[in-house]
Design a protein around this ligand. Structure first.
Ligand SMILES: Cc1cc2nc3c(=O)[nH]c(=O)nc-3n(C[C@H](O)[C@H](O)[C@H](O)COP(=O)(O)O)c2cc1C
Ligand code: SF4
Length: 649
């Protein structure tokens, strides 16, 4: 059991016993069909996490009524036609000895659709962070939703699911009913605490009537809304107690945040690891029902400690098992060091899903593509080759890993004394150190797989050919382009890489020209301003950080709004003159002179390092290029290219 005796002790949730304490938390993955039906691809997604060893899988919230569909892809819980499709999910998960519960939801006043469907709410008002207003529910609407919850629960049971949970959490209609802020009704469903609780309690009763007393029925419960207008932990605990007192609820799955504080629902790396453990611990002190902990618990050691300290009965993990479905099995066999830890970037998973696009993971190319890339799909190469990979950044490391796993003999040539490539620089920006996990994991893997690494070696056409490779993979990365404007060669002008490499002398007043809209610009502004500099950031984009994933951007804005940072969007820098710059408005064309800067820093697009590729192309048997050396892109594409070419070799 390798030091994880709590994590791998079975546990009973009502009459269902799970083989270990690891719960794959519910999360919409947009793998269902456009018309709200289950799909094989979706079933395989959950089966993969069961194969990887999770004791309990909780499927994402499916819609209880048409009005509850937050996305076109939300499965139609009320429709009996879903039962055969859902049965496949249950069968596949059960084959691996895991249990599966289904989540039932009504999106209420929140939606991913734009423009939205008709949104239901206790009182007509929008979610504060949304421009879309709602319909105040009539009694008939409430009745329809209650029936929808009951039907959906029954359909899960008919499909062989082992239990269900309802959502009184982030985007849920039921949470808005219990909330004093959202619920201003004066009928039997509003006003007092008891009245506000009436709707969820009627839902629970209706589900019990449909599925019986023994079927596990949990609540995904928001314990703290993390908004200035919403409720906090004390109220969350009061809710939990009230649900327990019904005698009809089997467990509580903790949760936090709302659509207006979504960065606490699905917290990015800037939120501390295990930030919500105090909530499950308080819940354990308040109720006797089993409690699932959640939120940035991404390593088995941390998980074991939470259980050992009595802060929860079960450990919920969503993104950690998206990034590495085999985390449970690896921990169980004493190989926790091999876990591909989620870096909480939110780029591949929630960012895609919020746009109703199929889930991805920057670290795990198989996420959402389990059939073709999942566990057991990597086949040994028919012909074992001598493979030379040039460049030890993420793309080069990934291709080395996959090629070595397939039995090829791999030599990795790195011109510096360190593997990791550009990520080593990017991780120097504030709250970006988690990025290092990607190369760190891959470095462990290539070492383990016996890849030969030649450090401090400049690859040339001659020395690569002298290795007599069967295949060469160029992963030489990219270099920063130069802004083509007058004044760019002045001594006080640097590109962002110069600054990250410590090659720049930065004065007190900085003009930062950001053509990227990502971390290089916004993160550099934060870094310099936190060192006491005045930073003025100009960008042609709609706003600073336009291309960032929204939860990361929200937290970034919370931080940078407290610093000495000036932001001017919609402008291009057109020239630099000593300590001045001229900017031009993108839409009006009007020019303006900005004066008195000590230093200018620019962020622009990169160019591929492709000379070696062209030198070797046609001279070696097989030549490929991956990552930025093909086209400068993000870390996810570097990982993806490495996986793809590694499988092709
Ligand atoms: C892509 C995505 C979709 C999510 N959808 C749901 C959902 O349908 N229901 C739910 O209760 N939580 C949902 N969540 C929240 C997760 O269950 C979980 O609470 C959150 O990701 C924090 O846990 P983690 O740090 O282990 O990822 C979603 C999370 C992600 C990443
Ligand atoms: S995309 Fe990022 S946050 Fe999402 S699971 Fe993968 S590593 Fe974690």
């Amino acid at each position: 059991m390798s030091g994880f005796s709590h994590l791998f002790t079975p546990f009973s949730i009502g009459n269902v016993t799970v083989k270990n304490r690891i719960v794959f938390l519910p999360h919409f993955n947009a793998l269902s069909s456009e018309d709200g039906m289950p799909t094989e691809r979706d079933a395989l997604y959950f089966a993969e996490r069961a194969k990887g060893g999770a004791g309990l899988i909780i499927m994402y919230g499916i819609a209880c009524t048409l009005s509850g569909k937050m996305s076109q892809k939300f499965i139609h819980g009320w429709d009996p036609q879903i039962v055969p499709g859902l049965s496949q999910y249950a069968e596949l998960v059960h084959q691996h000895g895991s249990k599966i519960f289904g989540q039932i939801n009504h999106g209420g006043h929140t939606t991913l659709q734009n423009p939205p469907q008709l949104l239901f709410a206790p009182t007509q008002m929008p979610e504060p962070s949304s421009p879309f207003n709602t319909k105040e529910m009539e009694i008939e609407d409430i009745q329809e939703v209650i029936e929808g919850f009951a039907k959906t629960a029954l359909h899960f049971k008919m499909a062989g699911f082992d239990g269900v949970e309802i959502k009184v959490a982030h985007d849920g209609l039921l949470r808005s009913f219990v909330s004093e802020f959202f619920n201003r009704r004066t009928d039997q469903y509003g006003g007092s605490f008891e009245n506000r609780l009436r709707f969820p309690l009627e839902v629970i009763q209706a589900i019990r009537d449909a599925v019986g007393d023994d079927y596990p029925l949990g609540i995904r419960l928001c314990l703290d809304e993390y908004t200035s207008w919403g409720y906090g932990l004390d109220f969350g605990l009061k809710l939990a107690k009230a649900f327990e007192e019904t005698g009809q609820v089997t467990y509580i799955n903790t949760d936090a945040g709302t659509f207006s504080s979504f960065y606490m629902e699905i917290p990015p790396a800037a939120v501390p690891k295990g930030f919500a453990v105090h909530m499950s611990a308080s819940l354990k002190d308040t109720i006797k029902l089993p409690v699932i902990a959640f939120g940035r618990i991404n390593d088995p050691v941390q998980a074991e400690k939470i259980l050992a300290d009595g802060q929860a009965d079960l450990i919920g993990m969503a993104r950690p098992l998206i990034a590495d479905p085999e985390l449970p099995n690896k921990a169980m066999r004493g190989d926790a060091d091999d876990v591909r830890a989620c870096i909480h970037c939110n780029d591949g998973c929630i960012f895609q899903v919020m746009q109703e696009k199929a889930i991805r993971c920057i670290h795990n190319p198989a996420a959402g593509r389990e059939k073709t890339l999942g566990i057991g799909t990597l086949m040994p190469a028919a012909v074992k080759k001598r493979v030379v990979v040039i460049g030890g950044g993420v793309a080069g490391l990934k291709v080395s890993e996959i090629a070595a796993l397939r039995g090829h003999q791999v030599t990795l040539i790195e011109k510096s004394g360190q593997l990791g490539g550009q990520v080593l620089l990017a991780s120097k920006l504030p709250y970006r150190d988690q990025l290092l996990e990607v190369p760190s994991h891959l470095i462990k893997r290539v070492n383990r797989l016996g890849v030969e690494v030649l450090y401090n070696t400049e690859a040339t056409e001659a020395n690569v050919r002298s290795l007599q490779p069967d295949a060469v993979v160029i992963a030489t990365g990219s270099y920063s382009g130069k802004l083509n404007i007058p004044g760019i060669d002045q001594d006080n002008v640097y590109n962002v890489y110069d600054v990250l490499q410590g090659k720049a002398a930065i004065g007190d007043r900085v003009l930062l020209i950001d053509r990227g809209g990502h971390y290089k610009g916004a993160g550099m502004a934060e870094l310099l301003a936190s060192q006491g500099k005045h930073v003025h950031i100009v960008t042609p984009l709609l706003f600073v950080g336009e291309n960032l994933e929204p939860s990361n951007r929200a937290l970034l804005y919370q931080r940078i709004s407290k610093l000495d940072i000036e932001m001017t969007p919609h402008v291009e820098a057109v020239s630099i003159h000593g300590r001045d710059a001229v900017i031009q408005h993108v839409y009006s064309g009007k020019e303006q002179r900005l004066s008195g800067y000590d230093t200018f820093i620019y962020v622009t697009y990169n160019h591929s390092n492709e000379a070696l590729y062209h030198a070797l192309k046609g001279k070696c048997k097989e030549v490929y290029r991956v990552g930025d050396s093909a086209a400068p892109r993000m870390i996810e594409q570097a990982v993806w290219d490495g996986e793809e070419i590694g499988r092709k070799l």
